[in-house]
Design a protein around this ligand. Structure first.
Ligand code: NAD
Ligand code: UGA
Length: 478
């Protein structure tokens, strides 16, 4: 067994939503450790190095300030992967693990090609003893794959390198990543080498209380991460399924949430009904759990978890169908304002956002969408949306040929966006949408106009008072 190692140099492979913020916080809290974040994506790296902190590749409240404090001192972003692996005492693997698109397990299993290629790079370039930490979310027993790649690379050669592999899943949520990293509920570390575990614990102890460190075996740690996301998503699917019953029966999902959430055994968090959960991980991690259950011959378990994803898909469809129905069963050539495109507030991330499905459904029905989001850029919308982009804004002059040919445009102007619109749909709970002047807006819209509040952020009385029709998620009382 190797001795406990003092960590002076960290390399993080993957400068994404996890690697960037996580390493920024470690750098901030551990000024004596040099941290290199490396990535194969040169554009991302050059954005991390942008002098203008407003142009970092990831928007997270509080992140720019930390980058401003640490970058160039003990936090560095580069594409010097081989060199930085060679320098590191500890390497975090923080690369993407999306759902496999083809081959065995397609549509469910995680695609581990990026993790495997990291392991191979580490095997090739690491020097001396290196602690390899799985930060990415991985299927149970992936550490075994990483270990065998690292060990095999040493066999038969002259290299005398040694490795320990730990699992240290990340629980941050986008939009509150910095706060979550500063004040984590727990730090989970799975492993079988006490010295390696202690080396990692020492880093966290710089700002996290020791009683928040949970040490498990490596497989429990890997499985706890998947399960944690599955449980959170399951609560959202549960409350969203109840929102449909509320709408049918006259109940109000907010009241139901409050009533059940005040039972301390249930708890009040993650009971907000919404247009459906999005984000890069919930769906992918549950599908991964489904795949594991099937693989281990547990079809009933697989079916149970698959339903959490199925209900979410159904729910997103339910919302676009409902909008069409309320607008006299056709949205063709109607102007619909979409407020919010990110999968939640305070992030520029649109991965698996409910807005993608809902907007594409409406475009398919021929709607003209005017989309606003304070942080999502036009290039991302182009990637996510099927409909044609407007060439000019004067869409009311469209000819009959345009019927059923949905178009969209992004606009940053929260004033003119409402002109002649038939409906406003709120899909992300950005603060700035809570305080709009609905009296002013109602005068700009085309009657009879609708407001669809899929995030329940508006005051129903205020909207109804100015003569607008109002629907909000899970409210059967109106
Ligand atoms: P991301 O796609 O934003 O970032 C991953 C980065 O890794 C990319 O920039 C990519 O270019 C880089 N990369 C891939 N292969 C590489 C290689 N061989 N060498 C160097 N760089 C490489 O992904 P993310 O959102 O940061 O997620 C990373 C992992 O963390 C995933 O497993 C995810 O499930 C997990 N996770 C994500 C979140 C989240 O909020 N996004 C939270 C907890 C856990
Ligand atoms: C989630 C988990 O919360 C993190 O702990 C985990 O680390 C991360 O996934 C991951 O592994 O990637 P994230 O997806 O960033 O974090 O954001 P959440 O706050 O969990 O929201 C996910 C989705 O659920 C969003 O679309 C959000 O709007 C929706 N949501 C959340 C609801 O619809 N209702 C709620 O009550 C809460």
């Amino acid at each position: 067994m190797t001795n406990k190692k003092e960590i002076k140099n960290i390399c993080c492979i993957g400068a994404g939503y996890v690697g960037g913020p996580t390493m920024a916080v470690i750098a901030d809290k551990c000024p004596d450790i040099q941290i290199d974040v490396v990535d194969i994506n040169n554009e991302r790296i050059s954005n991390w190095n942008n002098n203008d902190l407003n142009l970092l590749p990831i928007y997270e409240p509080g992140l720019a300030e930390i980058i401003g404090r640490c970058r160039g001192k003990n936090l560095h972003f580069s594409n010097l992967i081989e060199e930085k692996i060679g320098n590191a005492d500890m390497i975090f693997i923080s690369v993407n693990t999306p759902t496999k698109k083809k081959g065995i397990g397609a549509g469910k299993a995680s695609d581990l090609r990026w993790v495997e290629s990291c392991a191979r790079q580490v095997a090739k370039y690491a020097k001396g003893h290196t602690i390899v930490v799985e930060k990415s979310t991985l299927p149970v027993r992936t550490a075994e794959v990483i270990k065998s790649i690292l060990i095999t690379s040493n066999e038969g050669g002259n290299k005398k390198n040694t490795f320990d592999v730990l699992s240290n899943p990340e629980f941050l949520s986008e939009g509150s990543a910095i706060n979550d990293l500063f004040f984590p509920d727990r730090i989970l570390i799975g492993g079988d080498n006490q010295n390696a575990i202690e080396s990692l614990c020492e880093i966290y102890k710089n700002w996290v209380s020791p009683n928040k460190l949970i040490i498990t075996n490596i497989w429990s740690s890997e499985l706890a991460k998947l399960t944690s996301n599955a449980f959170l998503a399951q609560r959202i699917s549960s409350i969203n399924s109840i929102s449909a019953i509320c709408e049918a029966t006259g109940a109000d999902v907010r009241e139901v949430s409050r009533a059940i959430g005040s039972d301390t055994r249930i708890g009040s968090k993650f009971l907000d009904s919404s247009p459906g959960f999005g984000g890069s991980c919930f769906k992918k991690d549950i599908l991964n759990l489904v795949y594991l259950a099937e693989y281990f011959g547990l079809p009933e378990v697989a079916k149970f978890w698959n339903e959490v994803v199925e209900i979410n898909n159904w729910h997103q469809n339910r919302i676009s169908r409902l909008i069409t129905k309320k607008l006299f069963n056709t949205v063709s050539n109607k102007k619909i304002v979409i407020l919010g495109f990110a999968f939640k507030a305070n992030t520029n991330d649109t991965r698996e956002s409910a807005a993608i499905k809902i907007c594409n459904d409406l475009l398919e029905e021929g709607a003209n969408l005017f989309i606003h989001d304070p942080k999502v850029g036009i290039n991302q919308l182009v990637k996510d949306l099927k409909g044609n982009q407007f060439k000019e804004t004067n869409f009311f002059n469209n000819s009959v040929n345009d019927i059923n040919e949905g178009k969209w445009m992004k606009t940053d102007n929260l004033d003119s966006i409402f002109d002649n619109s038939d409906a406003v749909v709120i899909l992300t709970e950005w603060d700035e949408y809570s305080n709009l002047n609905w009296n002013y807006i109602s005068n700009k819209m085309r009657s009879p106009a609708w407001v669809f509040d899929a995030r329940s952020i508006l005051n129903p009385e205020q909207i109804s008072k100015v003569g607008l029709n109002y629907w909000r998620i899970g409210d059967g009382s109106r």
